[in-house]
Design a protein around this ligand. Structure first.
Ligand SMILES: C[S@@+](CC[C@H](N)C(=O)[O-])C[C@H]1O[C@@H](n2cnc3c(N)ncnc32)[C@H](O)[C@@H]1O
Length: 1020
């Protein structure tokens, strides 16, 4: 074919890493039209990252720097620094410097720039004028296939999960089939002034007069139904569904005193073990806590102390002097009946004041079906915005009536009430099961069930009406699919996992999957779906139609294919590239969690087409089929009778088979790009081994950040959440086994140039280690296996090889630090602990750092985080990420792994109190950093004699490395504004320099004087 066969791909040489990272992070704030708003799917990759990776994989490297830089700039734009205003929690506004991209096609909104067309053409040219074929065997929420489609490729998107498959159809298939079609609006829509007003407003800028004229023409039927795209048809039929649903549901949402209901606030209840009173389980009593609106729910024992009476206190005054005192006062005032977390959780009875119900009691009551619920307050739309009132007798009666109607409403739907079980996985993502919420219908109030079933029923009848109105079958299928997606969006906001949102953006409802777990929420919110505002049915549907509009504008060039299958079997045709983001060990239980939508989709969609019926035939989404040894590839021991080893091995072997299938699916000169979103080094290494075993050579790796902390230091250095994109090609069938000595020597030689290039490109921190791993692995993975020269029959593993690589990488970084970012000779010879210290200090200073990055550094230095904390007393754990929401963190505590979100900090030199500091212990040599800290402590107390003795006994005055490290620490302390540390280090360094090899008494006196001076120096 073309130059692709000989040439390297752009991604194998260079990548707009910073730009892709910045634009990926920015994308998190994007809403309208983004596929993340079409349907929930866990772990969707940012489009910017997918677009950048696809383009750089599909295009050849031009072979010269000028041309390469031009392409990279066209792709990623330039990075500029701008000043933005940021409101601090204290209310103060601060100027902060942030980096942004200018130009390029990665930033959301720039995907329609003319440069994208340029890339499309270049890609076609590279493939001899045809659209390349791209395969994603783990396509999930569709970010990779969508971007491939945008670039004009022919896409095959595979996923085993029917919910993902359905999302992929909405993303790739319906837009492709129906995008350029326009059909007349249905007659009922044209006849409705209300709908047509929306239509005119949404399709053009009209003056008030023009709008009135158009509406009057509509009423007089002077208007022929306009031809509109699929998105407007979805809006029209959604509007129809709402009108039908209103007839059935309005009485369940009564308007009292002329104020429409926005939401009902509920609390679960339990009987007190001590006094038998009914306790409402409340995390907080604050209904609203804003500067200008402070409303509290009051909870007092009723007359006979068998339960409580609620009240509402509006205009709660602010009390306390400073901000901290006010916060503390508010905290105490709003404290609910549920305190603590995890095993320490306890409910305090408002009647007997006893902390009577512990976590186990609550669980037991839940399992026995004795947890009930009560409406605590009702949120209504008043004249001055949201108001809070107590629930009326009528409303209480309605809730009871809803319960009696549930079975009847579901009788009209396939499969009836969603009583399929909620599966509990080994990671306990579905924590609610522990409390007896073990069937899907139990996650909803009776009124929610009635409302959602009613919407599902009318969405189904819309299909019949569409056909009756004479629209083609495929058109009707597309509309019903988007109606189902809109309904799923509503369902996400209509469960008892939803919490009240203190910010006014989302109707006050935080959706079920604001995080990927299903806990039991004590006090939840139930919105009113018939309302017009946010969080209601039409609002949910509007998000979906915006995506349909965006996708409709893509005009795909190639043929796309959405396949519901296991990726352990290769697809029937060959692909030019495979780009995929596989499931990662036990990170997310896709199927277990997404059954939430599965059970509703089968009720809304069943009967739509034979393939839909086949997809939703089973009660739940696929888990693991032991007989076929196939299924969803996640590491979940609960599928293997709790056997962790079996589960891990099934996952790892499954991934190996999936990579083998990708190998078979790929053309000889094709490329495989695999995204690794989790950076635990051991897990990463085992998957890389599987890729190599499957027949690939790994030759590049790029860590793209997708989220960043908002503290400056974190922005500059730490990859809080990034994914490593690994680029691989097929290994020659003639490849022979290699020898470790040759492989290591070759790697050492090759990697130096790449390290310099990465460093000069501004890649820093853990990203530098990840970026270097790919090119280094090329030398290793060129061979099917690498044998050990000095151990016959033994092989060098990926882990062993990467240990060598990482050491070279960290020595390089430390070399840069020691030479103050100069030409930087490598820092080999420095001990492991000091190497770690400098790396950590350079990246994170004295601030908290994410544990993941520190584990990577520790491993790179031949250490573990535990060595550093316990053995060397250098590192301390500081707990969860600072920014984390306190309440969310509390419950996540139950389901998250021990290390997620954990942070660590270096111990300051003056906090290292161990007596053995700086002395030889247990036959191990003393790290240089310990010796320096020892000297600093002696210097600080003015013990110059002991300083000199220590220097002499260890021959430190002649130690060049000691001098370089000392100087580097001075620079770091100065840059990190550690004034005392800096002055102690400087005077120590002066002392060493002043006296050369020997120390005289005079010098000691001088040093004593100098010491006094340094104590007064401060750096601002
Ligand atoms: C990390 S997600 C992909 C996310 C996707 N890149 C996105 O941006 O939305 C991994 C996907 O692999 C799917 N999966 C798990 N096992 C599978 C298998 N054996 N065959 C096909 N897909 C599988 C899961 O359903 C999940 O959607």
């Amino acid at each position: 074919m073309n130059n692709l066969e000989q040439n390297r791909r752009l991604i194998e040489v260079a990548f707009p890493l910073k730009q892709a990272s910045l634009d990926s992070v920015h994308e998190k704030n994007v809403r309208h039209g983004h596929i993340s708003t079409l349907h929930i799917w866990p772990a969707r990759r940012p489009l910017a990252a997918c677009r950048a990776a696809l383009i750089a994989t599909l295009l050849p490297d031009p072979g010269n720097k000028e041309e390469r830089d031009r392409i990279l700039e066209r792709l990623g734009g330039r990075v500029v620094e701008v000043t933005k205003k940021k409101k601090l929690p204290s209310g103060k506004v601060e100027d902060i410097k942030v980096e942004e991209t200018v130009g390029g096609i990665l930033h959301w909104g720039r995907e329609s720039s003319p440069d994208l067309e340029w890339f499309r053409q270049k890609i076609r040219e590279a493939y001899g004028g045809r659209p390349p074929r791209v395969l994603d065997p783990f396509a999930g929420g569709g970010a990779i296939p969508l971007e491939a489609m945008r670039l004009g490729c022919e896409v095959t998107a595979i996923d085993i999960n029917p919910v993902a498959w359905f999302i992929l159809k909405c993303t790739l298939e319906y837009p492709q089939r129906l995008a350029d079609q326009h059909r007349p609006l249905p007659q009922f829509a044209v006849e409705s002034p209300e709908f047509m007003e929306q239509f005119f407003k949404g399709t053009g800028k009209l003056t008030k007069k023009q709008l009135e004229r158009n509406l009057s023409a509509v009423q007089q039927r002077l208007f022929p139904p306009p031809d509109v795209d699929l998105a407007w048809h979805v809006r029209a039929w959604g509007w129809w569904v709402l009108q039908q649903a209103k007839k059935d549901l309005e009485r369940f949402y009564p308007v009292i005193d002329g104020k429409p209901t926005v939401a009902y606030l509920w609390a679960r209840t339990v009987k007190c073990k001590n006094c038998r009173a009914t306790i409402p389980l409340l995390k907080t009593k604050w209904l609203c806590k804003k500067d200008n609106k402070r409303v509290l729910l009051t909870v007092a024992p009723n007359g006979d102390r068998t339960g409580v009476v609620f009240g509402i206190q509006a205009d709660v005054p602010q009390v306390g002097g400073n901000a901290a005192q006010r916060r503390e006062h508010d905290r105490q005032l709003g404290a609910g009946t549920v305190r603590g977390k995890g095993a320490n959780l306890v409910a305090i009875c408002p009647c007997c004041s006893q902390p009577s119900m512990k976590a186990d009691d609550l669980r037991a009551e839940g399992i026995a079906g004795r947890l009930a619920a009560v409406v605590t307050a009702v949120v209504v739309d008043g004249q001055d915005g949201r108001e809070y009132r107590l629930s009326t007798e009528r409303e209480i009666g309605i809730a009871v009536e809803a319960a009696s109607r549930v079975q009847e409403v579901f009788a009209g739907l396939p499969f009836g009430l969603p009583d399929e079980p909620i599966v509990e996985d080994a990671k306990r993502n579905t924590w609610c099961v522990q409390y007896g919420v073990d069937r899907w219908f139990k996650l909803f109030t009776a009124r929610q069930l009635v409302a959602l079933a009613t919407f599902a029923r009318h969405s189904r009848s819309a299909r019949e009406e569409i056909e009756k109105a004479g629209y083609p079958v495929q058109w009707g299928e597309g509309i019903q699919a988007y109606l189902a997606a809109g309904l799923d969006r509503l369902i996400d906001r209509c469960s008892t996992v939803c919490r009240p949102d203190p910010t006014p953006t989302q109707s006050g409802v935080i959706n079920t999957f604001s995080r990927f777990a299903l806990p039991l929420v004590w006090d939840y919110i139930e919105g009113a779906p018939l309302q017009e505002g946010s969080g209601a049915y039409l609002h949910s549907l509007e998000w979906v139609t915006k995506v349909a509009e965006h996708l409709g504008g893509l005009c795909p060039a190639g043929r796309n294919e959405v396949v519901r299958a296991s990726s352990l079997l290769p697809p029937s045709h060959l692909s030019d590239v495979v780009v995929t983001d596989p499931p990662y060990y036990d990170a997310i239980g896709y199927s277990v969690l997404m059954d939430f939508f599965y059970v509703w989709l089968r009720r809304t969609l069943y009967g739509l087409s034979p393939e839909i019926d086949l997809a939703f035939r089973e009660p739940l989404g696929p888990k693991w089929d032991h007989e076929a040894n196939d299924g969803e590839l996640i590491d979940d021991a609960s599928r293997f009778g709790g056997d962790k080893d079996k589960s891990r091995s099934a996952y790892e072997h499954g991934m190996f088979r999936a990579f083998q299938a990708s190998h078979r699916a790929l053309k000889p000169d094709g490329r495989l790009v695999v995204v690794f979103a989790n950076k635990q080094p051991e897990a990463w290494e085992s998957l890389v081994s599987a890729i190599i075993r499957a027949g690939f050579v790994v030759d590049a790796s790029w860590p793209i950040q997708t989220e960043m902390g908002n503290r400056t230091r974190a922005l500059a250095s730490a990859a809080l959440a990034s994914s490593v994109w690994l680029v691989c090609k097929k290994r020659s069938e003639l490849a022979r086994p290699g020898w470790d000595t040759t492989v290591l020597a070759e790697m050492r030689e090759r990697i130096q140039t790449r390290l310099r290039e990465f460093w000069d490109a501004g890649i820093r921190g853990p990203d530098f280690v990840w970026a270097a791993s790919g090119p280094a692995l090329e030398v290793y993975s060129r061979h099917p296996v690498v044998k050990k020269a000095d151990a016959p029959g033994e092989l060098m593993t990926v882990a062993e090889f990467l240990r060598h690589v990482r050491r070279i990488v960290v020595d390089f970084v430390v070399g840069q630090v020691l030479s103050h970012n100069g030409t930087g000779e490598s820092a080999s010879g420095l001990d492991d602990v000091t190497t770690y210290y400098i790396l950590h200090r350079y990246d994170f200073g004295v601030q908290e750092a994410p544990i993941g990055a520190c584990i990577l550094y520790a491993i790179s230095c031949g250490l573990s985080d535990r060595d550093l904390s316990d053995r060397y007393d250098l590192l301390v754990r500081t707990g969860q990420a600072e920014e984390e929401d306190e309440e969310l963190a509390e419950e996540e505590d139950e389901v998250e792994s021990a290390t997620s979100g954990a942070r660590v900090k270096l111990k300051a030199w003056h906090q290292r109190f161990r007596k053995s500091l700086g002395l030889e212990a247990e036959g191990r040599s003393t790290p240089l950093i310990d010796q320096i800290h020892k000297l600093m402590q002696l210097w600080r107390v003015g013990d110059v004699v002991r300083v000199d003795d220590y220097l002499d006994s260890r021959a430190l005055r002649r130690n060049q490395l000691f001098a370089r490290v000392l100087q580097a620490l001075i620079e770091l302390a100065r840059e990190q504004r550690q004034s005392e540390e800096c002055s102690v280090l400087e005077s120590l360094s002066n002392h060493v320099a002043a006296r050369g090899v020997a120390v005289e008494n005079g010098a000691r006196r001088k040093a004593q004087r100098e010491l006094k001076v340094t104590e007064t120096i401060r750096i601002d």
